[in-house]
Design a protein around this ligand. Structure first.
Ligand code: HAM
Length: 454
């Protein structure tokens, strides 16, 4: 997205400057690529949050939150100038103060910025960080692709050993498995910048020799970012790719040994993987190991969209002005994970909150008493329900049953005058009169929180 011009806010249809909207005006909708996450889907998001938290605790990762707005140059430098993310998909603008800023399209560059900015190099290494939050890419919306989406990720900074790459793959595998998915990871190695440059030359020479078989788009890619040609899902490229030189044959010795060790660790940990010589990833900062997660989906288009990805980025810290620091990480696309969870559990409903006691009232004065009594129950830690806006006793008793209340406290005009309340056993249908000041105490006794003699 080019730097945005100053645009006048669109007037809602049917509104005049300064006038109230006319009746029947068009309702305003979310903008393209943006969506609401409704209560019905929240249990899936909640589950993901729990699994991330549990894994972070088990593997010793600490939470970090970085800002959604960063200096745009962080991503231009970090993610790469000629990547789709920076060239086409950055939400960026000029602030009134003249700063060129962008909504974060990913978090790795921000994590590295934070690592350098806060001197984390001086902490015991490696530093293990995790995050979860919204990210923004001005992309063409389609199945599993949004302009605001969520990622959860883990990053390890300050360690070069191949065991870290394998452990990150293992952690992401465990997260997806714990959520009930059956994922497969595709892995490849991109080597060092030098070996990658040599490979790039060989690839360009190969595709140049096949120029007549390339589309205009392919030719543009060949000039700008030839590795991305390997990403192509188009029919005509499949045969060409099969003949193209493969990156593994161009790896330097160290990268080759590193990759072999990653695969050995994965074998040992019994993580199922596929070697994918065409996996190049869409961000420039990767060195050596790269990987992407996939899982079956009812939606064919979605099945081809990665659930997550990651890899090693040993050069990024230095690129962003820090001391050379090896690092690796991954991020899962949570919107896509949720789609799979919805495939698996299509009948999720919003949960009705269960309560122990329900407050019912008849008349305005009783309602005031009930409003205050509600606070007393809440402070005592007893799950309590109400339907203060309902006037009829029948409606309130129905609500009490819906919330699974074992007890109801009923306050009418007579009870207000007497300073009492009716305590009703919802199952047995029996009721007794209690002092309203002792209502919380009486319910505690009934619930067995305190002994009946107390
Ligand atoms: P990425 O592959 O660009 O990697 O994004 C990771 C995941 O985020 C994708 O596999 C996908 O599931 C999800 N995702 C990306 N764009 C969208 C979108 N427009 N709509 C919905 N989901 C999307 C990174 O961002 C790296 N920072 C990962 C990483 C961490 N590498 C090392 N550490």
């Amino acid at each position: 997205m080019p730097t945005s011009k100053k645009v006048e806010p669109k007037k809602a249809a049917g509104t005049e400057e300064g006038a109230a909207p006319k009746k029947g005006a068009q309702p305003i909708q979310t903008t393209r690529g943006m969506r609401d996450i409704l209560p019905i889907d929240q249990p899936h998001w909640q589950r993901i949050a729990e699994v991330f938290q549990a894994m972070a605790r088990d593997y010793g990762f600490e939470r970090i939150d970085t800002p959604m707005v960063e200096d745009a140059s962080l991503f231009v430098r970090g993610v790469g100038k000629v990547t789709d993310i920076v060239e086409k998909e950055l939400f960026q603008w000029e602030t009134p103060g003249g700063e060129h800023v962008a909504l974060r399209p990913e978090n790795t560059a921000s994590i590295v910025r934070a690592y350098v900015q806060h001197g984390m190099l001086n902490q015991p290494q490696p530093v293990r960080l995790w995050y979860k939050g919204p990210f923004f890419r001005y992309d063409r919306p389609q199945a599993g692709r949004f302009r605001q989406f969520f990622q959860g990720g883990f990053e390890v900074l300050g360690e070069a050993d191949a065991v870290i790459d394998a452990q990150l793959i293992l952690i992401s595998y465990n997260i997806l498995r714990e959520l009930g998915l059956d994922p497969i990871v595709k892995v490849n190695s991109l080597g060092t910048p030098e070996s990658r440059a040599n490979y790039k030359n060989a690839l360009v020479a190969f595709f140049r020799s096949k120029k007549n078989k390339l589309t205009e788009d392919d030719k543009k890619r060949l000039l700008k970012n030839p590795l991305r040609l390997l990403d192509s899902k188009e029919e005509h490229m499949q045969e060409l790719k099969a003949e193209a030189p493969q990156i593994v044959d161009w790896l330097d010795e160290e990268s080759k040994t590193h990759f072999m060790r990653v695969l050995e660790y994965l074998d040992e940990a019994q993580v199922p993987y596929q070697l994918d010589p065409y996996l190049v990833r869409g961000l420039d900062y990767y060195t050596k190991t790269v990987f992407e997660w996939f899982a079956a989906s009812d939606d064919q288009e979605l099945a081809q969209a990665a659930l997550g990805g990651g890899g090693r980025y040993d050069g990024l810290t230095e690129l962003l002005g820090g001391r050379p620091t090896p690092a690796a990480g991954f991020a899962l696309g949570l919107d896509r994970v949720v789609s799979r969870l919805k495939d698996l559990h299509p009948n999720t409903t919003t949960q009705v909150r269960k309560v122990d006691v329900f407050l019912a009232q008849l008349g305005e004065v009783a309602r005031k008493k009930a409003l205050v009594l509600f606070e007393e129950f809440r402070k005592a830690g007893i799950p309590v329900g109400e339907a203060f806006a309902k006037a009829s006793m029948k409606g309130q008793m129905e609500a009490a049953n819906k919330h699974g209340a074992k007890w109801a406290i009923i306050i009418g005009q007579k009870e207000v005058m007497d300073g009492t309340a009716i305590l009703r056993d919802m199952d047995a249908g029996t009721q007794e009169i209690v002092d309203i000041k002792k209502a919380v105490h009486e319910v505690k006794k009934k619930l067995g929180h305190i002994s009946p003699q107390a």
